[in-house]
Design a protein around this ligand. Sequence first.
Ligand SMILES: [Fe+2]
Length: 184
Amino acid sequence: MIIISGNHDYRNTGYLLFKKFFPFETVNELDDDIVLVTVGTARPDRNVGEVGYRQNLWLERTMKKYKDKVKIVAMHHHLIAIPDTGSDQLTVVDAGDVLRIVLDTKVDVVLCGHKHRPWAWNFGKLTVVNAGTATSERVRGLFENTYNILTISEKKVHVELKIVGGKRLPINEIVSNYSQFEAE
Ligand SMILES: [Fe+2]
């Protein structure tokens, strides 16, 4: 289990307790072919996400070490704004620096959350995948509780959306069937 902190976890001195109760590694070699790196975007008593200059430098150095692996970066906040979430000032504030690094170091997938709205942005090799919420009643856009399932085989990543208690479908169908999905 790999756990990353969200903005609510860091509120009211939660940032002091989080590491104690949820110890985690930032670099996780899942097997010989896959590495998952986490970056902390939560800041105490702020809702907005930030990676920060030093962590960005670290991310660039770290990802450059893993040339031939499937590379996944996980963060709480959404790197790119998402449809159906209105005026958005809560994306990672230094998203441009992070996007440049993940594209330059050929990251395969960036996993994000925060907005409770499942979505995927495709940039050629890179996919930025947003999870919905599995448990909260504060759903958006897609009014179901969902989580994402990633299957990795032969260095290809396949992302599926699982509706809690319901069907499982490629997350790209949420994007390509947008209006159709909304009409259902
Ligand atoms: Fe959040």
